[in-house]
Ligand binder design. Structure first.
Ligand SMILES: Nc1ncnc2c1ncn2[C@@H]1O[C@H](COP(=O)(O)OP(=O)(O)OP(=O)(O)O)[C@@H](O)[C@H]1O
Ligand SMILES: [Mg+2]
Length: 401
């Protein structure tokens, strides 16, 4: 097998580490200097540091690299670089997610519009430019609504509005950026779905159970694989996801789709043409033996890929809770690492960081990943471990000294 040249635009250590498990590849990694970790230099064959967001030079830089020595695949696993990677792949005549599908999913309004012409279960939505339009939408729905940025991520700016008084309060705080998207609030239990699409055929890799902070911000605090759903529920979830992926024109590549399941059926929350974040691919790998990053690299190189599960285990991630204030130190990390079934323990904030109230997933302090024979065992282990980690907070006055 000849060595193939793969370019990964943005991402994170685990994505390139897992991607490198694809045989006979030479991996070039472009990363922002603030996000590059020392181990990335060991994992990737070549690393370039570059601003990734709104950088007019990025595409031309990739073209230059391609001219010097052509790439065989150009990929990304991170929301803000998906479009760049797809555009470049399309320009170089390589396999990747169609630009159209990326555009239809990065923009949540476009995604809802594509759903209108499909067989997806309807979710009422609108783009609003001012408070009066929110009020009108709220009245037409006649129940709770969700307010969110059109191209948001990390639950930033996502708000549940239950009644008019809350809407008035939001108005007086004046912190909503218009235009934004409003949607009817879908009740039910939330799941995310990992799929891989090749030649327009979608394969279900895993359904993940999601734990969020709930209203009003819905920040993700944990995931577990496999989700505890019946065979019928699993079929209904995958059917709805396939309808959506067809509707947005997703014919190639991974997808991470968020859905809610209630007595009224499965409803789409959103989809992204990349693997799930929050260590979901690691959970899927532990539980099923499917390495999504490796699969996406091999599929993009046109190599045959095996999408069947090779094991039947379980895995869970739980984020660590912390009080508001300055982090003085972490306690319990070493003892947690030694606990049965713990696969990874990582703090995302450094000592000295000021922790404010959780308002997006970027505010989370750290996490624990556990494996188990059953999903209950994995969740119990991850929860017990995350509870044992004590984030010692300094008193607030010191912060202002
Ligand atoms: N229409 C809706 N009905 C019910 N809940 C919703 C709706 N839209 C969003 N939510 C809740 O808010 C969460 C965040 O919304 P969404 O996924 O659209 O934003 P995001 O910024 O992409 O978040 P993330 O990156 O964390 O997935 C969802 O996971 C879900 O729990
Ligand atoms: Mg989401």
């Amino acid at each position: 097998m000849s060595i193939k040249r793969v370019l990964m635009v943005g991402g994170y250590t685990q994505a390139i580490e897992y991607a490198k498990l694809a045989e006979n590849i030479h991996l070039t990694f472009i990363q922002h200097k603030n996000r590059l970790r020392p181990q990335d230099l060991q994992i990737a064959d070549v690393v370039h540091m570059m601003e990734l967001n709104d950088n007019p030079d990025l595409e031309e830089f990739i073209r230059c690299l391609h001219r010097i020595r052509p790439f065989d695949a150009v990929l990304s696993v991170t929301e803000f670089s998906l479009l760049t990677a797809s555009k470049m792949a399309e320009e170089f005549g390589l396999l990747n997610t169609p630009v159209k599908a990326v555009e239809n999913t990065r923009d949540k309004y476009k995604m809802r519009q594509q759903m209108l012409a499909s067989n997806c279960n309807p979710v009422r939505f609108s783009v609003v430019n001012n408070f009066e339009e929110i009020v009108r939408f709220f009245q037409s729905v006649g129940g709770p609504i969700i307010l969110k940025p059109i191209d948001g991520t990390g639950s930033k700016g996502v708000r549940l509005i239950i009644d008019m008084s809350e809407l008035e309060e939001q108005k007086s705080r004046n912190n909503i950026l218009f235009p934004c998207l409003v949607e009817e609030y879908i009740d039910g239990v939330e799941f995310s779905v990992e799929t891989m699409t090749i030649d327009g055929r979608h394969t279900l890799l895993a359904i993940t159970e999601k734990l969020t902070t709930g209203a009003p911000h819905f920040i993700e605090m944990g995931h577990a694989v496999p989700a505890r759903v019946s065979h019928e529920e699993k079929t209904a979830i995958f059917d709805e996801v396939q309808e959506l992926l067809d509707a947005v024109g997703h014919t190639f590549g991974p997808a991470h789709t968020e859905v809610k399941l209630s007595s009224k059926g499965v409803h789409i929350i959103e989809t992204q043409t990349r693997p799930g974040g929050d260590r979901i691919p690691m959970l899927v790998d532990i539980a099923t033996g499917c390495n999504i990053y490796k699969i996406m690299v091999e599929a993009a190189l046109g190599r045959p890929v095996d999408l069947t599960a090779t094991r039947s285990k379980a895995a869970a991630i739980r984020y660590v809770n912390a009080n508001i204030g300055m982090i003085e130190r972490f306690e319990g990390i070493e003892s947690v690492k030694a606990m049965a079934g713990i696969r990874e323990v990582r703090m995302l904030k450094e000592v000295g960081t000021y922790i404010s109230e959780l308002s997006s997933s970027l505010d989370r302090v750290g996490y624990v990943v556990a494996e188990g024979d059953t999903v209950e065992e994995a969740i119990n282990r991850a929860e017990a471990a995350s509870r044992r980690i004590n984030v010692v907070i300094n008193n607030v006055e010191n912060h202002h000294v």
